[in-house]
Design a protein around this ligand. Structure first.
Ligand SMILES: [Zn+2]
Length: 383
């Protein structure tokens, strides 16, 4: 449920005289925004600084939670804020704290209206410092940015995670094994011949890279466009995603509640993989583009749990066995000479990891598409 847009061609826009409470520019004008590439329907951004809009949205949220029984609401386009110049709204003109003050009131109102039914989960779009106290989940699609961004323009890094992990839950991934879904409300001539056709398996390394990034960065796993038939049609890819999800469940003190440390260098050179690029929702009108991109074959991160124990997280993205040796910083990882190594794997299998405390070296022998979590110290493991 978009938390700031109102369709300007809807009956309610006129009936409720919504334009009064829309965001205005310095000349007092509304700036329509168009997102639906088929209908070109204009939308207006409503002003978060007005009790009218907050009450309207909280009322819709109340219906969704109490009436329809949903567990949570994805509040599209939070985290973004606009400058409003409407003097009738009663807030400072242009910039100010009224947008965030309004959002704080909005989320509190939604939680109050729904608390008898359930503890509602509120999610926002993107990561924003100011929204951290007010949202439970933050959509962090950058783990899959090759699907939508121009090649070579950006390289995603877990900057926000490194600073704020533990203060919110980051989730979301365009990681998909299929072409984007089609909406029956779109023009019939744009319908695909094969709905949600499986992508070529040469893009499976991209899928694993996206799942692995989310995992080592401590994000909640997300799988886009999943169909039960993929258990058979893409058994290896789904098994990989499930392996990471199960491993994460054993390691929540680090990957959910922990603090991200400087990631250890694997020493392995990047290797080119096939990348598919296709907009996730306007994809019906354009062909899939593809290119090669050098990517790390093994992803690594390091985490400190609230009890100060440190875990090194490793994922082999490739379909070949990999050997590597990581140098661990003694002070950062809290390594003492008596530290022992224990290793978590998804299926409690034997791991090919060894730790030499005197040299601060962690040696890992990873099977194809394997993942493990190396725990340093004497912490008791949950089996
Ligand atoms: Zn305003």
């Amino acid at each position: 449920m978009n938390q700031r847009l109102w369709g300007m061609t809807t009956r309610s826009w006129a009936d409720e005289n919504a334009e009064r409470f829309a965001v205005k520019d310095p000349a007092g004008k509304v700036h329509p925004e168009v997102y639906n590439s088929f209908t070109k329907s204009p939308c207006a951004s409503m002003c978060m600084g007005t009790p009218f809009w907050r009450g309207k949205y909280a009322g819709l949220a109340e219906q969704a939670v109490n009436g329809l029984g949903v567990d949570g609401i994805y509040m599209d386009q939070a985290c973004s804020s606009l400058a409003c110049y409407d003097p009738a709204h009663g807030h400072p003109l242009g910039g100010g704290s009224y947008w965030m003050g309004g959002f704080r009131l909005l989320q509190a109102d939604i939680r109050e209206r729904t608390k008898a039914a359930r503890q509602v989960v509120l999610a926002g779009e993107g990561c924003g410092e100011a929204w951290l106290p007010h949202l439970d989940l933050m959509l962090s699609l950058q783990v899959s940015m090759e699907r939508y961004a121009q090649p070579g323009a950006w390289e995603p890094i877990p900057f926000f995670h490194a600073v704020y992990h533990g203060h919110g839950t980051f989730y979301g991934n365009y990681s998909s094994l299929t072409m984007p879904p089609y909406d029956d409300l779109w023009p019939a001539e744009t319908a695909p011949k094969e709905p949600m056709k499986l992508l070529d398996q040469k893009f499976s390394a991209q899928f694993r890279l996206e799942q692995a990034r989310a995992f080592v960065w401590g994000q909640q796993p997300t799988l886009a466009n999943f169909r039960p038939s993929q258990f058979e049609e893409r058994a290896g890819e789904i098994a990989f995603a499930l392996r990471l999800a199960r491993l994460r469940m054993q390691a929540l003190p680090w990957l959910q509640q922990g603090t991200m440390l400087r990631p250890p260098a694997t020493g392995l050179p990047d290797e080119a993989i096939d990348i598919s690029r296709l907009s996730i929702y306007a994809g019906q009108q354009e062909p899939l583009k593809q290119y090669g991109k050098p990517c790390p074959p093994v992803l690594a991160s390091a985490w400190r749990a609230p009890d100060a124990s440190v875990a090194v997280v490793l994922v082999n993205v490739t379909d070949q066995a990999r050997q590597l040796s990581l140098h661990l910083d003694r002070a950062t990882c809290g390594i003492s000479d008596t530290d022992r190594l224990s290793v978590l794997t998804a299926d409690n299998s034997h791991s090919g990891c060894a730790f030499q405390a005197d040299g601060d070296q962690l040696a890992a022998d990873l099977a194809p598409e394997d993942a493990c979590i190396c725990l340093l110290g004497s912490r008791q493991l949950r089996k």
